[in-house]
Ligand binder design. Structure first.
Ligand code: FES
Length: 175
């Protein structure tokens, strides 16, 4: 439960919003950080915290693309394939990225590391191909650059997994 695990953070959030209902966005971020996506339980928890019905919380979470309503990969790659970006090669880049990771449109890799989705304009049309990974922008991409990024994300995930298992991180498992 969020309120048991993060009482200080929740208190700090509420301190910023005299009307608790206004705290719904930071609480959704907190829930997503904790659970990986906005679970049904999180909707109930947040609803109780701010005094609104969980269906209202769901409607807010559903409105914003930054909230995940289902499990996603650790690295959530959202590629803009909207028209201006498509004219700069974004669709071709997207298809190559899917092939590189061996997933279908909107799919998640078998190891759970990457979810690849297309999204509408990310307001970086002049820097296409562009994607956001967990809300960090990567612009002017090509396959050489994205392969390096993927290798880095895999290495980071492996190091994190090794650290949480209490082992020294190994390398050579990035490909
Ligand atoms: S159309 Fe792709 S960022 Fe605007």
């Amino acid at each position: 439960m969020l309120k048991e695990k993060y009482p200080d953070r929740i208190e700090a959030i509420f301190a910023k919003y005299p009307d608790r209902r206004s705290a719904v966005m930071p609480l959704l971020y907190l829930a997503q950080e904790e659970y990986g996506y906005i679970t049904d339980g999180a909707l109930v928890e947040i609803g109780e915290l701010i005094g609104v019905d969980p269906t209202q919380v769901r409607s807010i979470a559903g409105f914003y693309t930054m909230f995940r309503e289902e499990p996603k990969g650790k690295y959530w790659l959202q590629v803009c394939t909207d028209l201006p970006c498509a004219l700069r090669g974004a669709e071709e880049f997207y298809q190559k990225l899917l092939a590189e990771l061996g997933v279908e449109d909107g799919g998640t890799t078998a190891d759970g590391l990457f979810t690849v989705e297309r999204v509408m304009c990310l307001a970086a049309c002049d820097k296409a191909p562009v994607l956001q990974c967990n809300f960090h922008y990567y612009e002017n991409l090509d396959m050489a650059v994205i392969r390096e990024l993927i290798a880095g994300w895999r290495a980071a995930a492996a190091a994190e997994a090794a650290a949480s298992a209490g082992q020294p991180s190994g390398d050579g498992d990035a490909g």
